[in-house]
Design a protein around this ligand. Structure first.
Ligand code: MG
Length: 460
């Protein structure tokens, strides 16, 4: 089975763990069963943390009961950013970690994400194993003397924050007298980032810094629509930049000193270029669907770029395998290898503070980035057809320069390309084009959408 076939077999786990609306699809019974399955498959000490959702204690306690019932010891670190739980797992002898979170989803959702012993997100095959165990109900049984113990750890976020502080140049940041406004979307980012930046003598102002399960400030996805207040405040307060994090604080998005939203590919490019210039010859990992703004900046600054399939766990594993320094995707999920192999909002924000302190206004630095235009389309395709459609598409493009790392990426010149990928969660194909010219980007996406639709229609 290839990676995608394993991924497709999973019924509960999706791109980012198990997600669902509290009720029939996400409840205490499910959490208990998953806890029992995790405890059976990954025996040992297991670290558990949650984001700020109203259903977090219900799910966490049910999951911990499942772990204890299979003889595992559980360490409850309670409210914590997902990367803080990952850090705790990576730096301890724990056999696994579990995060109760639905990241940026609306408040009625919650989810369960399992972390491997090295702190990375669990791979698809282990998720499938947990699911099979969950459905078969063949859990490890123990006698009364072997029931697991529950311990509490109240200092996990503090250790995580200190580790980040040790990886940036605090004096440079302190000397720059930065003012940074942090919008934590009422998620768990408020427990770490404001204090971390204050410890560098940054003048920190906050929005929605109090964890709150119904996300009263704005939805917990850091999109431009949700960050209008932050953008206004950056201008009104004359801030160096604004920072917004999603609900579980693994993704970081930035607002420049002029109050403009910096898209995730550009913040990735700024930091990747900066770190490449500091670490000559180092490797940065992105995906085949990432804008060339990132690779251009890496190469220009003396670094090397490697591209993988889409998905942060895939990027993280590749980074570990080849010893890359930095990596990520254009959604604000960035990974700094010196800290750990996972997306990390607080680490990313600390690096951005160092960049601003050392090189000045982000709005000026953004002017140095090459300009690329994108066009995004999607078209319906039943799941059972996807594989045959993709094969026909690749076959029909064999005279062109293509990259088959993830879906089919077709080059129409050095910097003009279109990538066509089946969605892992919806019955659609996504078409994504890039060009230096806005018109070319649009016409590429339009043209290949027609090609794809024809192939879908012809495929039985
Ligand atoms: Mg997230």
């Amino acid at each position: 089975m290839d990676e995608q076939e394993i991924a497709d077999q999973r019924k509960l786990f999706g791109t980012n763990g198990i997600r669902g609306i509290i009720g029939p699809e996400m409840n205490a019974e499910l959490a208990l069963g998953i806890g029992s399955a995790v405890g059976t498959i990954l025996p040992g000490e297991i670290i558990v943390g949650t984001d700020s959702r109203t259903s977090n204690q219900m799910l966490k306690n049910a999951l911990i009961s499942g772990l204890l019932a299979t003889g595992c010891d559980a360490i409850d670190i309670d409210l914590a950013p997902t990367p803080s739980v990952q850090y705790s797992v990576a730096k301890s002898d724990a056999s696994a970690g579990v995060v109760i979170t639905a990241s940026h989803n609306p408040p009625e959702f919650n989810g369960i994400k399992v972390i491997d012993s090295d702190g990375t997100e669990l791979d698809f095959s282990k998720e499938l194993e947990i699911e099979k165990r969950y459905f078969s109900r063949e859990f490890k049984t123990i006698d009364w003397k072997s029931v697991g113990k529950l311990k509490k750890d109240k200092h996990a976020n503090e250790r995580y924050s200190k580790a980040i502080a040790s990886l940036v140049n605090r004096k440079t940041i302190s000397d720059a007298s930065l003012r940074i406004i942090v919008d934590c979307s009422n998620g768990v980012g408020g427990l770490v980032t404001p204090g971390l930046l204050s410890s560098f003598d940054v003048d920190v102002m906050t929005l929605n810094a109090q964890p709150h399960g119904s996300f009263p400030g704005h939805p917990s996805e850091p999109t431009p629509e949700n960050l209008s207040e932050l953008m206004k405040m950056v201008i009104a307060e004359g801030a160096s930049f604004g920072n917004a994090q999603d609900g579980d604080a693994d993704r970081s998005i930035f607002i420049d000193d002029k109050g403009s939203y910096i898209t995730g590919d550009k913040s990735f490019a700024l930091l990747a270029g900066y770190l490449s210039s500091k670490n000559p010859g180092a490797i940065v990992v992105s995906t085949v669907a990432t804008s060339d703004v990132v690779s251009d900046m890496v190469i220009k600054n003396g670094g090397k770029i490697v591209q993988t399939r889409v998905g942060s766990p895939i990027v993280a594993r590749k980074m570990k395998e080849i010893g890359a320094i930095f990596g990520g995707e254009e959604n604000g999920g960035l990974i700094y290898a010196k800290h750990q192999y996972c997306r990390d909002a607080a680490m990313t924000t600390a690096l951005m503070a160092q960049l601003a302190a050392e090189r000045g206004a982000l709005s000026e630095q953004l002017k140095e980035l090459p300009v690329y235009h994108q066009s995004k389309l999607k078209t319906a395709c039943p799941n059972e057809k996807k594989k045959r459609v993709l094969a026909s598409l690749a076959e029909s493009m064999k005279d062109k320069r293509v990259d088959l790392t993830d879906g089919v990426k077709i080059f129409e010149g050095e910097r003009d390309w279109v990538i066509i990928r089946p969605s892992g969660t919806e019955q659609i194909f996504r078409i994504f084009s890039q060009s230096r010219s806005e018109d070319v980007a649009k016409s590429l996406a339009d043209r290949y959408m027609s090609v794809l639709q024809e192939i879908i229609a012809e495929t039985s």
